[in-house]
Design a binder for this molecule. Structure first.
Ligand code: TNX
Length: 495
């Protein structure tokens, strides 16, 4: 099989050469400096016992001997940015070179996709290769991403996911070189993060979910652990507390957040647009200050997402004034504000970011103020839309989205009045009204998240549907080994 088929997203260039590198029980992995040690360990752990009695040994050493795998700075004279990498595989060594640790990690992910899929099982599956090892075809790969923002979003409010489940999603993102995980932490149906100054939010507001299940929430310690786990894999967590709408869980937890002073009942249905914080009360801004402050302190990444979508109960002047005031609060906690595209007409700071989701609108007004845009147009990027009319779970309000529809578009051409220079990148939201567990999440995300990963990573001129379709089909053995419950879309030649 052509080894190029395994690599997804598609790199800038892959050139095959004659010869091969042999990975044997004696192969060692060297990191040129401490910055690359995590990636060296990741690769050693991935290889595990597949090849020898022990996982490969790793060592930090700037000039590794022949016969080894080396992760080094460079390559000299080539600037591939923080996330780019260069791989050269020859009989004498396998070398990954990168400008920074993220690039080294992505180089390792590419090497992983060149290794046998069944190594993903993570446990010894006899028979093991003999002492002669496993051969990797000689080749040179040069790669770097098109966009800085290659995101995914999980809605843990409508249906809760455990920390382990979210970490699994992070692992799947890392394999596809995705680097932002946006967590939709609060909505009408559930508040999912502990706030020490407003404890009822989690204990009461987090006690249910769509359909009436018991919900759940992350303690601050768990959330901090998740942030670290993701950061190790070069995934930045973007926390979202949706406001002023989508707030029933908060309104049920604290009576004073309601204009009439009466606490709402918990909500387990799937309607949207009925709830709103009382934007005229001062306590509301104290609440927001406290919530943003606690979450910002736990989140090293520079972003805080305030939602801002689908408020059907507020006049535009009140809505705009609210967003502008909250923008100041977010900024006072040292973060850049992100909001759904309803925030585009408000007075935005140039550091603020608009997440464009409504297909028939444009966030051009925000771009005129210097703000930047993340493309999540619902008819391309929404992973909760059904694949076709027969898909047993999912919604259809933005249409049905088959794999080709999620792949075959150019984010730079998808919003009128938004030049490529104002585009941070793409993000694939996964709303969970109809997704009860991680199996459902995986089924809706894969293969379309892989398609969107390539939309975000690979240059437009290097992307072709037929080429992608074949590489996608070649992922099946790896995804099976990972235990992924992906949808076997009929148009893909699965292996
Ligand atoms: C719209 S997208 C919403 C969500 C729903 C989603 C379902 C957005 C900013 N708001 O509240 O979950 O549709 O597809």
């Amino acid at each position: 099989m052509d080894p190029r088929l395994g690599v997804l997203p598609r790199p800038v260039s892959v050139d095959l050469h004659d010869g091969e590198f042999r990975l044997t029980p004696a192969t060692m992995i060297y990191a040129g400096s401490e910055r690359f040690a995590f990636s060296a360990r990741f690769l050693a752990e991935h290889i595990g016992l597949a090849i020898g009695e022990q996982p490969p040994r790793i060592e930090v050493n700037p000039s590794p001997p022949a016969g080894s795998i080396a992760i080094l700075a460079g390559p000299p004279g080539m600037d591939l940015g923080e996330e780019g990498y260069h791989i050269s595989i020859g009989s004498a060594r396998l070398e990954i070179r990168a400008g920074g640790p993220a690039g080294a990690f992505y180089g390792v992910q590419t090497v992983r996709q060149l290794l046998p899929p069944n190594w993903e099982y993570g446990a010894l599956r006899p028979p093991r290769p003999t002492a002669t090892g496993v051969a990797l075809r000689a080749m040179t790969i040069v790669d770097r991403p098109r966009f800085a923002w290659r995101g995914a979003m999980l809605d843990v409010s409508r249906h809760f996911l455990t920390v382990d489940e979210v970490e699994r999603y992070v692992d799947l993102m890392a394999l596809h070189k995705l680097n932002r995980l946006h967590l939709h932490l609060a909505d009408d149906q559930g508040w999912r993060i502990e706030i020490k100054s407003w404890p009822n939010l989690a204990t009461h507001g987090g006690s249910t979910e769509v359909g009436g299940g018991s919900g759940g929430y992350y303690t601050q310690e768990q959330y901090a652990g998740l942030v670290r786990y993701a950061a190790d894999r070069f995934v930045t967590i973007v926390p979202e507390i949706d406001m002023p709408g989508h707030t029933n869980a908060a309104l049920a937890s604290y009576a004073e957040l309601n204009c009439d002073g009466a606490a709402r009942s918990l909500y387990t249905g799937i309607d949207v647009g009925f709830s709103a914080l009382c934007v005229e009360k001062e306590i509301t801004y104290k609440f927001i200050h406290d919530v943003v402050g606690e979450i910002a302190a736990l989140t090293p990444g520079p972003y805080f997402h305030i939602g801002g979508d689908e408020v059907k109960t507020l006049k535009p002047e009140l809505y705009n004034a609210f967003v502008e005031r909250v923008q100041g609060i977010v900024q006072s906690h040292g973060k850049r504000m992100i909001g759904w595209d309803e925030i585009a007409p408000t007075k935005l700071l140039p550091t603020s970011i608009v997440q464009h989701w409504r297909p028939k609108t444009t966030p051009a007004a925000a771009v005129a103020k210097g703000a930047t845009v993340i493309m999540s147009v619902a008819d391309r990027a929404y992973l909760d839309m059904k694949y076709d009319a027969g898909t047993p779970i999912g919604l259809t309000w933005a249409g049905v989205i088959d794999v080709r529809t999620s792949y075959d578009w150019d984010p730079a051409a998808a919003a009128a009045g938004v030049p490529e220079g104002s585009l941070l990148g793409v993000e694939a939201p996964l709303w969970s009204e109809t997704l009860a567990n991680i199996r459902d999440v995986e089924f809706m995300a894969f293969p379309r998240l892989a398609a969107l990963a390539e939309v975000g990573w690979t240059r437009q001129q290097d992307r072709k549907w037929t080429d992608f379709r074949d590489r996608l089909g070649a992922q099946a053995p790896r995804w099976v080994a990972l235990g992924l419950s992906f949808y076997r879309a009929p148009e893909i030649p699965w292996r």
